[in-house]
Design a protein around this ligand. Structure first.
Ligand code: PEP
Length: 258
């Protein structure tokens, strides 16, 4: 919307070994070529598990594919004695363009708070990658009618310390937790309500240029059959897709929504 390039990002979560990853990326690329997908019109990103990234890199490079890729998480530390962590420079060296930070599954299962999410977003950007900063309310908050205030507060905490120019280049994903992996998709109006509030908050905190540039994605049970209605909304610039991104045809259909 409004001159911002739409972005479709497939978060594979903990699915696909590196052989399956190569197959999925190749199948996605072939399907998009068949559909005559215009990568300048809608950017396509896959976000595999860490163990697949090198294989995705060689598949993308070898086939000169226009698909971009990223990581599902990042360490706040640069290097050293942090068992199990993966650093920003390691991901950048593998050609990652994006890093998802603050996904609700990391917030819930790994107790990640806004301060940690913010620190991770800074690490990603400093290494030349674009953070995809996730926010979104749970069912109780939604039922209480506090979803806008809740997500705006998450946004404030997660975007602290960035310059207006940096904000303009970032991606924020609004993912209501009650709609993730449940088949319970938010209505286009629900997505627009929160995305409009997030953009207004960015304008208030960082200025109009930052608000005009930042890309806002919706995430939560997006499929090829429901993506067009969501994308028709003025403040929604793309989708973060979980389950449906594991099927090349379905994710290809989401990318080719126009
Ligand atoms: C997600 O976890 O980012 C997501 C949106 O999942 P799903 O599409 O499966 O609801």
């Amino acid at each position: 919307a409004s001159g911002r390039t739409p972005l479709m990002a497939g978060n594979w979560k903990m699915n696909c070994n590196h052989h399956e990853a190569v197959h999925l990326v190749q199948k996605l690329a072939l399907g998009l070529a068949d559909k005559k997908h215009d990568f300048g019109k809608v950017e396509v990103v896959v976000v595999p598990p860490f163990t697949d990234i090198r294989s995705v890199q060689t598949t993308v490079d070898g086939g000169q594919l226009q698909i971009r890729y990223g990581a599902q998480d990042i360490s706040v530390h640069d290097d050293g004695a942090y068992t199990g962590e993966v650093s920003a420079s390691m991901l950048a060296k593998l050609g990652c363009s994006y890093v998802v930070v603050g996904h609700s599954e990391r917030r819930e299962y790994h107790a990640e708070d806004d301060a940690l999410v913010n620190a991770k977003a800074h690490k990603a950007l400093a290494a030349g990658m674009t953070p995809i900063v996730c926010v979104g309310e749970g069912l109780e908050v939604r039922k209480a009618g506090e979803h806008v205030a809740y997500t705006v507060a998450q946004l404030d905490g997660s975007l602290a310390g960035f310059t207006a120019e940096q904000i303009a280049s970032l991606v924020v994903a609004y993912e209501p937790v009650w709609a993730i992996g449940t088949g319970e998709v938010a209505t286009p109006e629900d997505a627009q309500e929160v995305c409009a509030a997030l953009r207004a908050r960015v304008a208030e905190s960082f200025g109009d240029d930052a608000a005009a540039g930042v890309r806002l994605l919706y995430g939560g049970s997006v499929k090829a059959s429901n993506v067009a209605g969501i994308m028709a909304k003025p403040d929604v610039d793309g989708a973060l897709v979980g389950g449906a991104s594991l099927q090349a045809d379905e994710f290809g259909g989401i990318c080719r929504f126009y």
